[in-house]
Design a protein around this ligand. Structure first.
Ligand code: NAP
Length: 501
């Protein structure tokens, strides 16, 4: 069953979706809504206009105990973990259909909780998330164990088994997609999952969890526990009933989680962390307009709140001035506005505090001597946590502007004179998440992508991919992979069974 339709086309249509939407108000535990055990709540503020949106439970360690105990019970019961894989896959396919049916509502929740334009959430984030659930649903019965040909007097079977209870901790910038990088993969392998979404953005995944139960996930198999990172996240990382932890967020929190796992049950911790992705435009680029369009998009999309944001633009010296002018012109023209208005291309930043942090980085950059050719650290008036894009030139590779992940719409332009210098600058970073190379030369495309230390290199494009390819980082950007068949590795254990004949 597929539902082909188009997104709401006007602000009034999105407001009508909102009028019909009830905001999730509990944690999703054991197939039903739950308050925190001590009744505490936290208020969510929408970046759309800074108003209070709703309250959700502010869980504590005892809520984590309850969520993990329910997930463990469900795992041991075998109603999911020992189901034939095809049947697990069918539940995921039904879940994807239900998400499609609720696509407007899910996009609206994302727009309200984190400020992404609802039209973008509909066309990109929710679509991608549905695609991931469907992809893993289809994969369910297509995985094979191994039987290596060892000795003639024996049979060896190498099988993949679910680990048990998986914890997932996710950030606010793509609250649904980044959760769906993990949850369907962990579930299709037979695990139970406890998700802790970012405090700012629990609503969309709470609704997705409720839809999962409607699709047929047994109670307790997918739990969503809300509350603050230092409380809930830390309790999950230390919990002896959690078998593995998959995290997406900042390197600082990733380091804490590794310590917490080391101080508890040594659970494996998979880390998807930050980035400072270089976007390299060579003098032999085929389509400079496309490169400039994409360079502007790579820092403006999601208001720059992207782990893969193309925040370092490396341009061959012969093209520097033309590219700075072209990209600046494009960024100056992005339409900022109300996230519910379909004509809005550029939404507010996710929180008031985050906007202040990004503005402080612009001020620091200006004071460092780099040239601010677009934007300002001045906070604009009006509703919403808006901050227009900023572009700096005259940035050196070691400058804070080229090293620090700002996680906002701030572009640093650097120039290079030859391929070797470009690669040295590109790799001069603690991060290694994404990179992009613009060239008309096949030799250069291959050679440069091989030499760049990054989990993904895009050639003559940016941020492309689908569920079939892994996504992960190197260095401070983390390790391991989400998505694709490789995304299952961290949620399964290899078992060898050796049989004497
Ligand atoms: P963050 O502060 O690390 O938070 C991420 C998650 O960790 C949130 O759920 C947060 O909960 C939780 N958390 C915070 N402090 C914690 C603690 N002491 N113990 C356990 N959990 C804790 O990151 P963010 O500001 O939300 O997101 C921005 C970062 O994520 C950037 O570095 C960005 O590059 C990275 N990111 C990486 C990827 C990727 O795939 N590689 C994708 C997107 C974002 P609260 O919300 O309650 O604080």
């Amino acid at each position: 069953m597929r539902f082909e339709r188009s997104a709401p086309a006007t602000l009034a249509e999105w407001e009508a979706v909102w009028a019909k939407t009830s905001l999730p108000a509990g944690m999703w535990l054991d197939g039903e809504w739950n308050a925190a055990l001590d009744g505490s709540v936290a208020t969510l503020v929408t970046p759309r206009d800074g108003s209070d949106l709703t309250v959700v439970p502010a869980g504590r360690a005892e809520d984590v105990d309850r969520a993990v105990a329910g997930a463990r019970r469900a795992f041991e019961a075998g109603t999911w973990s020992r189901l034939p894989p095809r049947e697990r896959g069918d539940v995921l396919l039904r879940w994807a259909d239900l998400m499609e049916e609720h696509r407007e509502e899910l996009a609206l929740l994302i727009a309200l909780e984190m400020g992404k334009p609802a039209a973008t959430a509909w066309a990109v984030e929710v679509r991608t998330s549905i695609g991931l659930v469907r992809w893993y649903g289809e994969l369910a019965d297509k995985l094979m164990d191994e039987s290596p040909r060892g000795r003639p007097d024996s049979v060896a079977i190498v099988s993949r088994e679910p680990l048990g209870v998986v914890a997932a901790i996710t950030p606010w910038n793509f609250p649904m997609t980044l959760s769906c990088f993990k949850v369907p993969a962990a579930l299709v392998a037979g695990n139970s999952v406890v998700l802790k979404p970012a405090s700012q953005t629990p609503l969309s995944m709470l609704r997705v969890a409720e839809l999962g139960s409607r699709a047929g996930l047994p109670d307790g198999v997918f739990q969503v526990v809300t509350g603050s990172g230092p409380v809930i996240g830390d309790a999950l990382a230390r919990h002896r009933g959690v078998d593995t932890l998959s995290f997406t967020g900042s390197p600082a929190v990733g380091a804490r989680l590794l310590r917490a796992a080391g101080e508890s049950n040594l659970k494996p911790v998979a880390l998807e962390l930050g980035g400072k992705s270089p976007n390299l435009i060579f003098e032999d680029v085929d389509d400079l307009d496309a490169a400039m369009d994409t360079a502007a998009w790579a820092i403006a999309f999601n208001s720059g709140q992207m782990c893969t944001a193309g925040s370092r633009l490396l341009v061959h010296a012969s093209l520097h001035d033309e590219v700075v002018a072209g990209v600046t012109e494009r960024l100056a023209a992005v339409r900022a506005g109300d996230p519910l208005d379909p004509s809005t291309e550029f939404g507010p930043l996710a929180t008031r505090r985050h906007r202040e942090d990004v503005a402080a980085e612009i001020r620091r950059g200006r004071e460092s001597g780099a040239r601010l050719v677009l934007g300002s650290e001045e906070i604009p008036g009006g509703p919403g946590f808006h901050l227009p894009p900023a572009v700096f030139t005259g940035v050196s590779p070691g400058d804070r502007l080229a090293q620090h992940e700002i996680f906002g719409p701030v572009l640093s332009v650097l120039s290079f004179h030859d391929e070797d210098e470009a690669i040295v600058i590109a790799n001069h970073s603690d991060y290694g998440l994404g990179a992009s190379v613009w060239t008309g030369s096949l030799r250069r495309a291959h050679q440069v992508s091989r030499r760049i230390v990054a989990g993904t290199v895009w050639v003559n494009c940016f941020e492309e991919g689908d569920a079939s390819v892994p996504f992960g980082g190197r260095k401070l950007s983390g390790h391991g992979a989400d998505k694709s068949v490789h995304g299952l590795d961290k949620f399964t254990a290899l078992k060898t069974t050796w049989m004497a004949l």
